[in-house]
Write a protein that binds this ligand. Sequence first.
Ligand code: HEM
Ligand code: HEM
Length: 271
Amino acid sequence: MSSSALSGDALTHRVRVWDAPLRAFHWLLLAAVAAAIATGLLGGEWMVWHGRAGIAIVGLIAFRLAWGVLGSETARFAQFLPGPGALWAYLQGQWQGIGHNPLGALSVVALLGLLAAQVGTGLFSNDDIAFAGPLSARVDEELVQSLTGWHHRLVNGLYALIALHVGAIGFYAVVKRLRLVPAMVTGWQEVPRSQLGPRPAHAGAFAVALSLGLLAGYAASGEWQNGLQSAPSTSATSVTAPTSDASAQAAQPGSAAASASSGKATAAPAW
Ligand code: HEM
Ligand code: HEM
């Protein structure tokens, strides 16, 4: 709380509504999702980067889930997930608070849920040319086909939610004269004096959330399967750097294309 001011009739002051880890999470997520969409649409050699962006998103979502329990008050799911009463009050213009409003909170949950489904299906997808999700060799071919189909379909829902998200922020700026973006950049927001700043994160919360994020990224990358290679009965997945000549690659043992036909592969993921 660094300053106070008279804004209209109400005395206001500045509070740090969003903590630094949450803001870093948001802008890294935006960059990673933009990269995943662009590389997914470009295909070909870009798919290696598609996989990397996807793994980064897995780590970010895991971090956010942990931060939603351990982070500062406005980051905590228990604080912002609305009950019907809060939603009704908000729709009647009677909600007061800092952080996500009840309707915004629902869109946050929808965005995080759909992103989790998108990366979840991606990890088991296979383009049948030169790129396979790092866990695709661990399940049977039929399931891989089905999850690849869902990966294609779900992305349309993601486009819609992102459009709604950005549209809502624009609506608040233009119609309600509430600029939300600066707060997501700096953390600071001018709020009525009656609203206190959020309670800070638990001690050690960042280290715990970061560790969980890194662990989830590692699990999703499939790197751990390298250690399983020596056992003949266990399969490891393969994600190879795509070449423009998919048929030549299919001839290489352990390529993703080979894995598509055999269902299993032995090469290490090329992260
Ligand atoms: C939020 C994260 C992700 C987004 C937004 C995303 C988006 C996309 C898009 C737009 C495509 C192209 C679909 C099309 O051509 O119609 C695609 C394809 C694909 N993605 Fe993702 N993806 C994500 C995460 C992942 C992850 C984590 C993996 C695996 C590491 C993955 C693996 C694949 C594969 C294998 C394909 C090719 C499927 C095919 O061509 O049949 N994706 N993705
Ligand atoms: C790929 C695109 C994007 C994704 C996936 C995304 C995702 C999210 C998520 C998950 C949150 C909730 C934060 C949390 O509590 O964890 C959020 C909030 C927010 N995002 Fe985004 N975002 C995207 C693009 C953008 C863009 C382009 C802007 C700015 C123009 C933006 C501005 C904001 C703001 C201001 C909030 C806070 C809203 C509030 O006050 O309740 N986002 N976003």
